[in-house]
Design a protein around this ligand. Structure first.
Ligand SMILES: O=C[C@H](O)[C@H](O)COP(=O)(O)O
Ligand SMILES: C=C(OP(=O)(O)O)C(=O)O
Ligand SMILES: [Mn+2]
Length: 457
């Protein structure tokens, strides 16, 4: 892998970039990042593309999850451990229900930069630049903290390395054994108000595991987990500095993560983000909000997946519970008619955000569930593949989204509102969501080809 690239996308207009005040400091940081080791290898990115191709065919399901905004303070064994456990617990339930492998991709180990609706934030008559993620400036509402500091890019790199190292140890070192993960789910149900509702499903999983054990055929996959890292490729300075030429193929890869996505605010066809994504070979995601037209989607396919390579492009729709049933069918129909094979994933978070009466940015658990239901309904109706979900969550017991089995109310939000940006599902809400989706499958793979008895490849 070499870092000798022309990076001509940097001459195109790029939305949502920080105004770094000190160009010399930026230059120095980027030069050091250009010679830093990769976080991931190109071959791992290719492997994820193959996994996502299976998702596109309906032979696997994608679970992409993690923080809205990771923070440097959040790089602790406990927080990473809790988040990973939660994702693996969700994956265990979904694997059983969907009857296909679940491809696990964290919004982790690099999700440190945020696009914002407004450049400035005003509190009690004081206006300061908006917080743009720990990669750019500080969350504290203080003038000095909000000044973009390029040295934060170096911290982002090291925080990502540390997180990914722990994730790799956790997922391959025996700790993530499916039997243990299922036991955690049992513990969760024992204490949850929804425990009884999902008891049957848990018992079916017990039986499946016992059956495998008695056959003496517990596969290696039970003990280790394949886990991938992803984040929004927002800060082009950083992503470009971590883009390398793969010595096997001569192609470019962004080695800061296995998969990167382009956000709803930066997917302009003539912009730098789309051009950058077009040039790298990692699997790419693009967020699509409710104003997306079919022509927008088709143009993105032409730019980002001209070879129509299954697994290369994932559309992450974030329409809102009220819009999804109206907006999604037209997009899916026209994309499908074009012959393109993209992965369709539902982000039920970003179209359902509102400011609560108590002043917190929040989301209703019921709206999140409803958007997912709408997503499955649309795909079932059209005979297309509901490829997966993309959610903002944490493994901690925060109070950021309202509703769920513990009925978090607006007045509870202040107790543990800890997110640096958007409200996340807490551990219990995340697991409840997984069981809710499992219930939609009726206990076994209703949304997949496998379930419909169609032939697997
Ligand atoms: O995570 C997504 C965006 O960065 C976030 O929703 C923007 O939030 P804002 O509208 O508060 O800027
Ligand atoms: C910025 C995000 O979402 P979107 O681009 O869909 O608004 C996000 O995923 O945190
Ligand atoms: Mn977010």
């Amino acid at each position: 892998m070499t870092a000798d690239i022309s990076a001509d996308w940097m001459s195109l207009p790029a939305a949502q970039q920080p105004a770094w005040p000190d160009p010399d400091a930026l230059h120095e940081v980027l030069s050091s990042l250009r010679s830093s080791p990769p976080l991931v290898y190109a071959a791992e990115c290719d492997q994820l593309r193959h996994r996502l191709a299976a998702v596109a065919r309906g032979e696997a399901f994608l679970l992409q999850a993690g923080d809205c905004a990771e923070t440097f303070d959040g790089v602790s064994a406990d927080q990473i451990d809790n988040k990973l456990r939660t994702i693996l617990q969700m994956a265990a339930v979904l694997t059983y229900a969907a009857s296909v492998p679940v491809v696990k991709v964290g919004r982790m180990a690099g999700q440190y930069a945020k696009p914002r609706s407004s450049d400035a934030e005003t509190r009690d008559g004081v206006t300061l630049p908006s917080y743009r993620g720990d990669a750019v400036n500080g969350l504290a509402f203080e003038e000095a903290a909000r000044v973009p500091d390029p040295h934060r890019l170096t911290r982002m790199y090291h925080a990502s390395v540390t997180t990914l190292n722990l994730v790799r140890a956790f997922t391959t070192g025996g700790y993530a054994d499916l039997r243990r993960v299922h036991a955690w789910n049992r513990d969760f149900l024992a204490l949850s108000p929804v425990g009884e509702r999902y008891e049957d499903l848990a018992r079916q999983i017990d039986s499946a595991l016992a059956f495998m054990r008695s056959c003496g055929t517990l596969p290696r996959e039970i003990e280790t987990v394949e886990f991938y890292a992803s984040h929004e490729a927002l800060l082009l300075d950083y992503e470009t500095a971590l883009t390398r030429v793969d010595s096997r193929s001569g192609n470019l890869y962004d080695v800061s993560a296995h998969m990167v996505w382009i956000g709803e605010r930066t997917r302009q066809l003539d912009g730098a983000h789309v051009e950058f994504a077009a040039r790298i070979r990692n699997p790419i995601g693009v967020k699509l909000g409710p104003s997306t037209t079919a022509d927008d989607a088709l143009a993105l396919i032409d730019r980002l997946d001209p070879e129509r390579q299954p697994g290369r492009l994932t559309f992450i729709t974030r329409m809102g519970a009220e819009r999804i049933r109206d907006v999604l069918p037209g997009l899916v129909e026209k994309v499908t008619a074009s012959g393109a094979q993209v992965v369709w994933v539902c982000d039920p978070m970003h179209g359902n955000t509102y400011k609560s009466e108590s002043g917190y940015k929040t989301r209703q658990f019921s709206s999140i569930c409803d958007e997912i239901r709408g997503f499955f309904e649309v795909h079932r109706h059209l005979g297309t593949q509901p490829g997966g979900i993309h959610v903002e969550l944490t493994g901690d017991d925060v109070t950021e989204c309202v509703g769920g089995a513990h009925e978090i109310a607006d007045a509870d939000l202040r107790h543990r509102y800890e997110t640096a940006c958007d409200p996340r599902l807490n551990r219990s809400q995340s697991l409840e969501l997984a069981f809710m989706i499992a219930e939609m499958y009726g206990g076994s793979g209703a949304g997949t080809r496998a379930h419909r008895g169609e032939e697997r490849r």
